[in-house]
Design a protein around this ligand. Sequence first.
Ligand code: NAD
Length: 342
Amino acid sequence: MTVVENTFSEKNVAYYFDASFSYLDEIVERDNTILITDENVFELHQQKFDDWKTIVIKAGEEHKHQATVDFIINRLIELEADRKTFIVGVGGGVVTDITGYAASVYMRGLKFAFVPSTILAMVDAAIGGKNGVDVGLYKNLVGLIKQPEFILFDYSLLQTLPNEQWVNGFAEVIKHACIKDAMLFSVLEKYSLNDFRKDPLLLAELIEINVTIKTAIVVIDEFEQADRKLLNFGHTIGHAVENLHHILHGHAVSIGMVAACNLSEQINGFHFEEAIRIVKLLTKYHLPVDIETEYEKVFEVLKMDKKRIKNEVNFILLNKIGEAVIKSVKLDDLHKHLKEIL
Ligand code: NAD
């Protein structure tokens, strides 16, 4: 196990890499701690939850809403949680997002931490302190930024992760490579998903590189005034198609990244050659690169995007692999471009 301390504005956050779930006992007081997980993780890893007070929520994005927060709060009251209670979210991004939010609002804020259990949560959702819930069609519309006390990475949890969730998580890995790390992009071109699944050392290294990329971005811009926006590459159109078509987050981001590459071409007026490499890599990792959708409906959802300011939406576009830029696009122009690219 290696421990890395990261300094965020409000606190230091410890990352326990290559740790074991049982190490939790060393860092929290069991009597004072409540775990939050979802029904799938609970069933597949039941023995890990033995003797821990645990709140089990329903699995899936469709349960990442206020009603689940209310359920958690009622269970916290039943379990007599007080201001000294420590909360640990054990699960995928839905669990970590909702745990951070529920813990932050219960009694005006309890301390919390995460044990991410999907690739996506390990490389992305658990990192950076953003948490919250969806409201109807609108993803993550309600929430706040608050850092966990620590994140414990137990890679053995991934042994039960279904194939489609491995694929899902690699969309964010490819995103990190696209926006910040051309070398990582080449590494991903060299290996396959199966190589990472079969080789624990290769996987551990990949996760740690991705955690480091995201953390470095968040540490310098925790409240998304500048560089943190780059992490939204693929997410603007991605979120819209995710909610309209109820597809996996990673699939939506993959489609969104290709759409953003095409948008780069439309806006800059020249051929973005590296888009071909990106489409090839996404396809290699079994991710979809387009979807049949109605551009008018996508546009309607985009108008409500959190990244819209008055009549402009911020898009993340690529100059080249490993280098992303923020570009503000007028809604009228976006409407015109969407017709071309979707
Ligand atoms: P998820 O939490 O829904 O998990 C996917 C599925 O895998 C679920 O069915 C879950 O029960 C199951 N699962 C989890 N761990 C498992 C395991 N070890 N073995 C078997 N099954 C397991 O989804 P996700 O893809 O992890 O996360 C997506 C969510 O993360 C979205 O809501 C997205 O908005 C959010 N997210 C947040 C941030 C952030 O910065 N806060 C960043 C990216 C994504």
